[in-house]
Design a protein around this ligand. Structure first.
Ligand code: ADP
Ligand code: 5GP
Length: 184
């Protein structure tokens, strides 16, 4: 039975927004809190939005084998800690991972039973509009993320499920259907 759900896709496509909606609709799901070396954004809380780690601490935990997957993205490191998954998987609690494409590939190799969903934008200009509109990243960071997005979009055919996030309500409906079908 599927118990690990990987939601991937370019930054700004709406992964976080969709996952919030998904978790309201399917309250048994729990979200894995990732670790990162990036600075917290305004309002982000340590241990809630991310485990914010120093570079040394992140590298130490990589060397200790604490991560299920980890990857560099736009100059920072991000990873899923085993401690976020192991107890939940053992207890049969369904877990959602919101991660970028390189990490999704590592999870696919380590846990082929995990369900992988790629969230795609309706177009690159729409993605740019969302990244700029979110207001969390300066212009240089937006450009870095859009450059990575072009490579990430090329990886779309690798994924078993693709949801185009054009109209939010439609995309949320599709994502909820994919996840609830796999949970049944
Ligand atoms: P991600 O988690 O993939 O980086 P976010 O969930 O932060 O993306 O969404 C990026 C921005 O796009 C947010 O400002 C969000 O409100 C907006 N957004 C999300 N989905 C849609 C949509 N379907 N149409 C228009 N804007 C959207
Ligand atoms: P942000 O800085 O916008 O929070 O995240 C940047 C990118 O890192 C997003 O694509 C997000 O999905 C991804 N990300 C967040 N957590 C993880 C993680 O644990 N592992 C990997 N590989 N990517 C992650």
């Amino acid at each position: 039975m599927a118990r690990v759900f990987v939601i991937t896709g370019p930054s700004g496509v709406g992964k976080g927004t969709l996952i919030r909606g998904l978790m309201e609709r399917l309250p048994d799901l729990e979200l894995s809190v990732s670790a990162t070396t990036r600075e917290p954004r305004a309002g982000e809380r340590d241990g809630v939005d991310y485990h914010f780690l120093s570079r040394d601490e992140f590298d130490r935990r990589v060397a200790a084998g604490d991560f299920v997957e980890h990857a560099d993205y736009a100059g920072r490191s991000y990873g899923t800690l085993r401690s976020e998954l192991e107890d939940r998987v053992a207890a049969g609690v369904p877990v959602v991972l919101e991660i970028e494409v390189q990490g999704a590939r590592q999870v696919r190799a380590a846990m082929p039973e995990a369900v992988q969903v790629f969230i795609a934008p309706p177009s690159l200009p729409a993605l740019r509009t969302r990244l700029v509109g979110r207001g969390t990243d300066d212009a240089a960071e937006v450009e870095r993320r859009l450059q990575v997005a072009e490579q990430e979009l090329a990886a779309q055919p690798e994924f078993g499920h693709v949801v185009v996030n054009d109209r939010l309500d439609d995309a949320l409906e599709q994502l909820t259907t994919v996840v609830s079908d796999e949970l049944d």
